[in-house]
Write a protein that binds this ligand. Structure first.
Ligand code: DX5
Ligand code: ZN
Length: 218
Protein backbone atom coordinates (compact mmCIF):
# COMPACT_ATOMS: atom_id res chain seq x y z
CA UNK A 1 0.00 0.00 0.00
CA UNK A 2 1.02 3.56 -0.64
CA UNK A 3 2.37 5.79 2.10
CA UNK A 4 4.05 9.16 2.22
CA UNK A 5 5.84 11.43 4.63
CA UNK A 6 4.83 14.94 5.58
CA UNK A 7 7.54 17.59 5.91
CA UNK A 8 6.41 21.02 7.03
CA UNK A 9 8.26 24.00 5.57
CA UNK A 10 8.96 26.50 8.31
CA UNK A 11 9.46 29.36 5.82
CA UNK A 12 6.09 30.89 6.75
CA UNK A 13 6.74 30.56 10.49
CA UNK A 14 7.70 33.33 12.86
CA UNK A 15 11.37 33.40 11.93
CA UNK A 16 12.33 34.71 15.37
CA UNK A 17 11.08 31.43 16.86
CA UNK A 18 12.46 28.89 14.42
CA UNK A 19 13.86 26.48 16.99
CA UNK A 20 10.56 26.31 18.83
CA UNK A 21 8.68 26.07 15.52
CA UNK A 22 10.76 23.06 14.47
CA UNK A 23 10.07 21.35 17.80
CA UNK A 24 6.38 22.21 17.57
CA UNK A 25 6.10 20.70 14.06
CA UNK A 26 7.76 17.46 15.19
CA UNK A 27 5.43 17.28 18.20
CA UNK A 28 2.47 17.80 15.86
CA UNK A 29 3.33 14.68 13.85
CA UNK A 30 5.73 15.89 11.15
CA UNK A 31 7.85 13.11 9.65
CA UNK A 32 10.67 15.46 8.69
CA UNK A 33 11.46 19.17 8.36
CA UNK A 34 11.85 20.93 5.01
CA UNK A 35 14.27 23.87 5.37
CA UNK A 36 14.24 26.49 2.61
CA UNK A 37 17.59 28.16 1.94
CA UNK A 38 17.40 31.18 -0.40
CA UNK A 39 20.31 33.36 -1.45
CA UNK A 40 18.58 36.37 -3.04
CA UNK A 41 20.16 35.44 -6.37
CA UNK A 42 18.76 32.12 -7.54
CA UNK A 43 15.41 33.33 -6.17
CA UNK A 44 14.30 36.88 -5.30
CA UNK A 45 14.22 36.29 -1.54
CA UNK A 46 16.66 35.61 1.30
CA UNK A 47 16.13 33.24 4.22
CA UNK A 48 18.97 31.69 6.18
CA UNK A 49 22.12 29.61 5.81
CA UNK A 50 24.19 26.98 7.56
CA UNK A 51 24.75 28.92 10.82
CA UNK A 52 20.99 28.87 11.37
CA UNK A 53 20.83 25.18 10.49
CA UNK A 54 23.46 24.41 13.10
CA UNK A 55 21.43 26.27 15.75
CA UNK A 56 18.27 24.43 14.70
CA UNK A 57 20.06 21.09 14.93
CA UNK A 58 21.19 21.96 18.45
CA UNK A 59 17.64 22.97 19.34
CA UNK A 60 15.86 19.84 18.09
CA UNK A 61 18.47 17.17 18.81
CA UNK A 62 19.90 14.49 16.53
CA UNK A 63 16.73 12.77 15.30
CA UNK A 64 14.65 15.06 13.06
CA UNK A 65 15.48 14.66 9.36
CA UNK A 66 16.57 17.99 7.84
CA UNK A 67 15.68 18.16 4.16
CA UNK A 68 17.64 21.18 2.88
CA UNK A 69 16.01 22.82 -0.14
CA UNK A 70 18.92 24.80 -1.57
CA UNK A 71 17.53 27.65 -3.68
CA UNK A 72 21.00 29.06 -4.29
CA UNK A 73 23.10 29.87 -7.33
CA UNK A 74 26.23 28.02 -6.27
CA UNK A 75 25.07 24.82 -4.59
CA UNK A 76 28.65 23.40 -4.64
CA UNK A 77 29.69 26.04 -2.12
CA UNK A 78 27.48 24.91 0.77
CA UNK A 79 27.79 21.13 0.73
CA UNK A 80 30.44 20.81 3.42
CA UNK A 81 29.12 23.64 5.65
CA UNK A 82 25.61 22.17 5.54
CA UNK A 83 26.87 18.68 6.34
CA UNK A 84 28.84 20.07 9.29
CA UNK A 85 25.78 21.98 10.48
CA UNK A 86 23.71 18.79 10.69
CA UNK A 87 21.81 18.61 7.39
CA UNK A 88 20.42 15.15 6.52
CA UNK A 89 19.65 15.64 2.85
CA UNK A 90 20.94 18.21 0.36
CA UNK A 91 18.54 19.07 -2.45
CA UNK A 92 20.05 21.29 -5.13
CA UNK A 93 18.36 22.83 -8.15
CA UNK A 94 19.26 21.28 -11.49
CA UNK A 95 19.10 24.79 -13.01
CA UNK A 96 21.85 26.03 -10.67
CA UNK A 97 24.70 23.75 -11.67
CA UNK A 98 26.61 22.81 -14.80
CA UNK A 99 27.94 19.59 -13.28
CA UNK A 100 25.23 17.62 -11.46
CA UNK A 101 27.30 14.42 -11.48
CA UNK A 102 30.14 15.96 -9.54
CA UNK A 103 27.79 17.68 -7.11
CA UNK A 104 25.99 14.39 -6.40
CA UNK A 105 29.36 12.80 -5.65
CA UNK A 106 30.37 15.62 -3.29
CA UNK A 107 27.09 15.41 -1.39
CA UNK A 108 27.48 11.65 -0.98
CA UNK A 109 31.06 12.06 0.22
CA UNK A 110 29.70 14.41 2.88
CA UNK A 111 27.35 11.64 4.08
CA UNK A 112 24.11 13.37 3.21
CA UNK A 113 21.26 12.04 1.11
CA UNK A 114 20.93 13.67 -2.33
CA UNK A 115 17.95 15.42 -3.86
CA UNK A 116 17.52 17.22 -7.20
CA UNK A 117 14.86 19.90 -7.60
CA UNK A 118 13.32 21.26 -10.79
CA UNK A 119 11.47 24.55 -11.23
CA UNK A 120 8.12 24.55 -13.05
CA UNK A 121 9.78 25.51 -16.36
CA UNK A 122 12.27 22.63 -16.29
CA UNK A 123 11.22 19.39 -17.94
CA UNK A 124 11.35 16.04 -16.28
CA UNK A 125 13.41 14.72 -19.22
CA UNK A 126 16.23 17.02 -18.09
CA UNK A 127 16.13 15.44 -14.65
CA UNK A 128 15.80 11.85 -15.86
CA UNK A 129 19.51 11.17 -16.56
CA UNK A 130 20.29 11.83 -12.88
CA UNK A 131 17.27 10.22 -11.26
CA UNK A 132 18.93 6.83 -10.91
CA UNK A 133 21.78 8.36 -8.91
CA UNK A 134 19.84 10.34 -6.32
CA UNK A 135 17.61 9.59 -3.35
CA UNK A 136 14.91 12.13 -4.15
CA UNK A 137 13.48 14.24 -6.97
CA UNK A 138 11.70 17.45 -5.97
CA UNK A 139 9.03 18.62 -8.42
CA UNK A 140 8.28 22.25 -7.62
CA UNK A 141 4.57 23.06 -7.75
CA UNK A 142 5.14 26.85 -7.53
CA UNK A 143 7.93 29.15 -8.74
CA UNK A 144 10.44 28.93 -5.90
CA UNK A 145 10.94 32.01 -3.73
CA UNK A 146 7.91 32.47 -1.53
CA UNK A 147 5.47 30.54 0.60
CA UNK A 148 1.72 30.85 0.25
CA UNK A 149 1.45 30.59 -3.56
CA UNK A 150 -1.11 28.65 -5.57
CA UNK A 151 -0.52 24.95 -6.31
CA UNK A 152 0.25 24.26 -10.00
CA UNK A 153 -1.79 21.21 -10.88
CA UNK A 154 -0.15 21.00 -14.31
CA UNK A 155 3.07 19.77 -12.67
CA UNK A 156 1.41 16.45 -11.77
CA UNK A 157 2.27 14.73 -15.07
CA UNK A 158 5.95 15.18 -14.13
CA UNK A 159 5.33 13.33 -10.87
CA UNK A 160 3.36 10.51 -12.54
CA UNK A 161 6.02 10.06 -15.20
CA UNK A 162 8.85 9.92 -12.64
CA UNK A 163 6.86 7.46 -10.54
CA UNK A 164 6.31 5.20 -13.55
CA UNK A 165 10.00 5.26 -14.53
CA UNK A 166 11.56 5.15 -11.06
CA UNK A 167 9.30 3.09 -8.77
CA UNK A 168 11.55 3.32 -5.71
CA UNK A 169 12.66 6.97 -6.03
CA UNK A 170 11.50 9.38 -3.35
CA UNK A 171 9.43 12.04 -5.12
CA UNK A 172 8.70 15.27 -3.28
CA UNK A 173 6.21 18.00 -4.11
CA UNK A 174 6.64 21.53 -2.77
CA UNK A 175 4.53 24.64 -3.12
CA UNK A 176 0.89 25.29 -2.38
CA UNK A 177 0.30 21.80 -1.02
CA UNK A 178 -2.44 21.51 1.57
CA UNK A 179 -5.81 19.87 2.17
CA UNK A 180 -7.08 21.02 -1.25
CA UNK A 181 -4.21 19.68 -3.37
CA UNK A 182 -2.92 16.67 -1.42
CA UNK A 183 -5.19 14.24 -3.28
CA UNK A 184 -3.64 15.17 -6.62
CA UNK A 185 -0.11 14.70 -5.26
CA UNK A 186 -0.93 11.32 -3.75
CA UNK A 187 -2.67 10.19 -6.94
CA UNK A 188 0.37 11.12 -9.04
CA UNK A 189 2.67 9.15 -6.73
CA UNK A 190 4.52 11.74 -4.65
CA UNK A 191 5.69 10.24 -1.36
CA UNK A 192 7.33 13.24 0.30
CA UNK A 193 4.91 16.05 0.85
CA UNK A 194 6.04 19.55 1.77
CA UNK A 195 3.41 21.82 3.23
CA UNK A 196 4.24 25.31 4.44
CA UNK A 197 1.56 27.88 5.05
CA UNK A 198 -1.28 25.33 5.18
CA UNK A 199 0.37 23.75 8.23
CA UNK A 200 2.23 26.50 10.06
CA UNK A 201 -0.40 29.21 9.60
CA UNK A 202 -3.14 26.90 10.83
CA UNK A 203 -4.48 27.27 14.36
CA UNK A 204 -4.30 23.50 14.61
CA UNK A 205 -1.23 22.19 12.76
CA UNK A 206 -1.67 18.75 14.32
CA UNK A 207 -5.06 18.29 12.63
CA UNK A 208 -3.80 19.52 9.27
CA UNK A 209 -0.83 17.12 9.39
CA UNK A 210 -3.18 14.29 10.41
CA UNK A 211 -5.55 15.15 7.57
CA UNK A 212 -2.71 15.18 5.01
CA UNK A 213 -1.43 11.85 6.34
CA UNK A 214 -4.86 10.34 6.16
CA UNK A 215 -5.06 11.07 2.43
CA UNK A 216 -1.62 9.64 1.69
CA UNK A 217 -2.08 6.49 3.79
CA UNK A 218 -5.05 5.23 1.81
C1 DX5 B 1 8.93 27.96 -1.96
C2 DX5 B 1 9.48 26.99 -0.96
C3 DX5 B 1 8.43 26.14 -0.35
C4 DX5 B 1 7.39 26.92 0.40
C5 DX5 B 1 6.20 26.07 0.67
O1 DX5 B 1 9.96 28.52 -2.68
O2 DX5 B 1 10.40 26.13 -1.56
O3 DX5 B 1 9.02 25.15 0.47
O4 DX5 B 1 7.87 27.40 1.61
O5 DX5 B 1 5.24 26.87 1.29
P1 DX5 B 1 3.70 26.76 0.85
O6 DX5 B 1 3.24 25.39 1.23
O7 DX5 B 1 3.05 27.83 1.65
O8 DX5 B 1 3.64 27.01 -0.62
ZN1 ZN C 1 10.97 24.33 -0.41
Amino acid sequence: SYSAKIGPSILSSDLAQLGDECKRMMECGADYLHLDVMDGHFVPNITFGHPMVECLRNAVGPDPFFDMHMMVSRPEQWVKPMAAAGASQYTFHLEATTNPGNLIKEIRESNMKVGIAIKPGTTVEELAPWAGQVDMALVMTVEPGFGGQKFMDDMMPKVSWLRSQFPSLDIEVDGGVGPNSIHRCAEAGANMIVSGSAVVSSEDPRSVIALLKNVVME
